[in-house]
Ligand binder design. Structure first.
Ligand SMILES: [Fe+2]
Length: 277
């Protein structure tokens, strides 16, 4: 089974880099369509839109509509639950707009997507969501489970922010719920805009870079500045998940001249205090 994970497209319609964000997103879908073998499924781990607006989701839907594999979306802190739910409810997997969590049973690995939205930039995971996660996990006890979250359920030791949840209590509530069954074999997240790896107990966990290259953190050589990055997770019943980092093919489209894109990338190395993702 092959799962493609993309994240943090932060689609906007009216920022100076709006065209670049749209281009990064569209080229990523084109790159996924060109893979051989193609992924069985694509999971977007949140921050689909930058302001959670209806017109941003309309644009996102037009881009996602070109994908040749089924796509499942998570909500990130920049998304709006109600507008995201309204834009993609017809796809059938979003149960309600209260919490955008769900399970997909169509594959050898069960996919569980979580809603970790908090009141602001950081994540939250209340007792109600822990109960819902336990229900999702117990809904099918025959398959291994891959869990997708926007906020990573481990402390990320690179960058100024280690803890991406409102409270340590919320983080540990989520970590506890993930470990209860012993059947979660991989956890895949976004939000941090740079790659990271960690563990939840003995479950391997990872963060994928953001698709929006103007928002990416960390240093990239000049030829990679406008090349989006995503992850391919291949599952083998004996070996578990193996993850490949894919660099999106260079654009055939003309590249816009953006103001100070390098400053955006470098500022993340030296900034202190709370960052916006
Ligand atoms: Fe983000």
């Amino acid at each position: 089974m092959i799962i493609a994970q993309i994240s943090d497209t932060h689609l906007t319609l009216d920022t100076p880099d709006a065209d670049q964000r749209r281009r990064d997103f569209a080229l990523t879908i084109a790159d996924l369509n060109a893979l051989d073998p193609r992924p069985d499924v694509i999971v977007h781990t949140g921050d689909v839109a930058h302001n959670g607006r209806k017109d941003e989701y309309s644009e996102a839907a037009a881009i996602l509509g070109k994908a040749r594999a089924p796509i499942y979306l998570l909500a990130g802190n920049r998304d709006g639950r109600a507008n995201l739910h309204a834009a993609f409810a017809a796809d059938g997997y979003l149960r309600s707009s209260d919490f955008l969590d769900y399970a997909i049973d169509d594959y050898p690995v069960r996919l569980i997507a979580l809603d970790t939205l908090g009141p602001g930039n950081r994540g939250d995971f209340c007792a109600e969501r822990a109960r819902r996660l336990t229900d999702l996990i117990e809904g099918n006890t025959r398959k291994p489970i891959a869990v997708f979250t926007h906020h990573p359920p481990f402390e990320v030791l690179v960058g100024p922010d280690r803890l991406h949840f409102e409270t340590a209590e919320a983080l540990w509530r989520l970590r506890g719920a993930l470990q209860q069954s012993g059947r979660v074999v991989g956890i895949f997240s976004g939000h941090v805009h740079r790659a990271a790896e960690g563990y939840v107990g003995n479950i391997p966990a990872s963060v994928v870079q953001c698709i929006a290259t103007t928002l990416r953190k960390g240093d990239y050589p000049p030829p990679m500045k406008r090349r989006a990055v995503y992850h391919i997770h291949r599952f083998d019943p004996a070996w578990g998940f193996s993850t490949e980092t894919r660099i999106v093919a260079a654009a055939a489209l003309p590249q816009p001249v953006l103001e100070a894109p390098v400053v955006l990338a470098r500022s993340s190395r030296t900034a202190t205090g709370t960052q916006q993702y």
